[in-house]
Design a protein around this ligand. Structure first.
Ligand code: ATP
Ligand code: MG
Length: 254
């Protein structure tokens, strides 16, 4: 059994009278890939937003590597080892791929962005290393605006792991991708999770991706966890079938 990385107990968040997340327990081990799935409004994004510090929980604990981290702001969560993929809007389109990674590295160190300063020169080697990890070395000097969609997603992943997170959060990592790109993206993510000894929590509407790349699947409905198990367990769970997977469960190949 791998070492415990994330331990969440009793996590809750209400909006007015609506219990968006209701006493959620969640565990992730080092090297484990966990998918969080469920119908619209189940509470997946609210859970993510509490884990990355965008929302304060009403109750419960979030423990990362034995340290209680809930209630911290996004920046502190990031510094404590919770990484997440950034939206494309956060990349600087006219800057090169390499420069975008350099800017991310400098921002972790809270250093002033100045491309003439020695600070930025010190980020060249680590940035090239990160681009190598995600297979973007040959695109380093291209402006981001010229990247193909799949390469933008790779860059987002490089930015997400630039702070060496322990827990990586990905909200719909393959949304908008062609099937071949999805496969490449999830294979890359899986390799990085293993190599960098991270834990991965991802949401995804593509059940093909979920059932092929998750080691474990947590199913939410109306703020509560209704199932938690291996892809095979979840596929055969009658409650999950009736609430979420429906007839499509028969078409999931494992
Ligand atoms: N800021 C907010 N204010 C009020 N209600 C909210 C807010 N954010 C989410 N909710 C509500 O909380 C519930 C859970 O929403 P959440 O976005 O976490 O669901 P989700 O599982 O991510 O759904 P989806 O699959 O559609 O992305 C929904 O009923 C939603 O309308
Ligand atoms: Mg959502």
């Amino acid at each position: 059994m791998s070492a415990s990385l994330l331990k969440v107990r009793g996590l809750s968040k209400s909006f007015g009278g609506l219990r968006a997340v209701d006493s959620l327990d969640l565990d992730i081990a080092v090297g484990e890939r966990v998918a969080l799935i469920g119908p619209n409004g189940a509470g997946k994004s609210t859970t993510f937003n509490m884990l990355n510090g965008q929302l304060k929980p009403d109750a419960g604990h979030i423990q990362l590597n034995q340290q209680i981290i809930n209630g911290q702001a996004s920046e502190q969560m990031w510094a404590l080892g919770v990484g997440r993929t950034f939206q494309i809007a956060l990349t600087f389109q006219s800057f090169t791929v390499l420069q975008n990674v350099q800017i991310a590295l400098l921002s972790h160190q809270k250093k002033y962005f100045n491309f003439l300063s020695s600070n930025i020169k010190n980020t060249i080697d680590p940035s090239i290393y990160l681009l190598g990890l995600v297979g973007l070395s040959d695109q380093a000097n291209r402006p981001c605006s010229e990247l193909a969609y799949g390469d933008v997603k790779r860059l987002e992943l490089a930015l997400a792991i630039s702070n060496r997170p322990r827990l990586l959060l990905m909200d719909e990592p393959t949304a908008g991708m062609a099937p071949s790109e999805r496969k490449a993206m999830m294979q890359l993510t899986s390799r990085l999770v293993e190599e960098q000894k991270m834990g991965l929590l991802f949401t995804e509407h593509s059940m093909d991706v979920v059932f092929h790349y998750a080691d474990r699947i947590v199913v939410m409905d109306q703020g509560r966890c209704i199932a938690n198990g291996t892809p095979n367990d979840v596929k055969n769970n009658s409650l999950v079938q009736s609430i979420y997977l429906g007839a499509s469960a028969q078409h999931i190949t494992l």
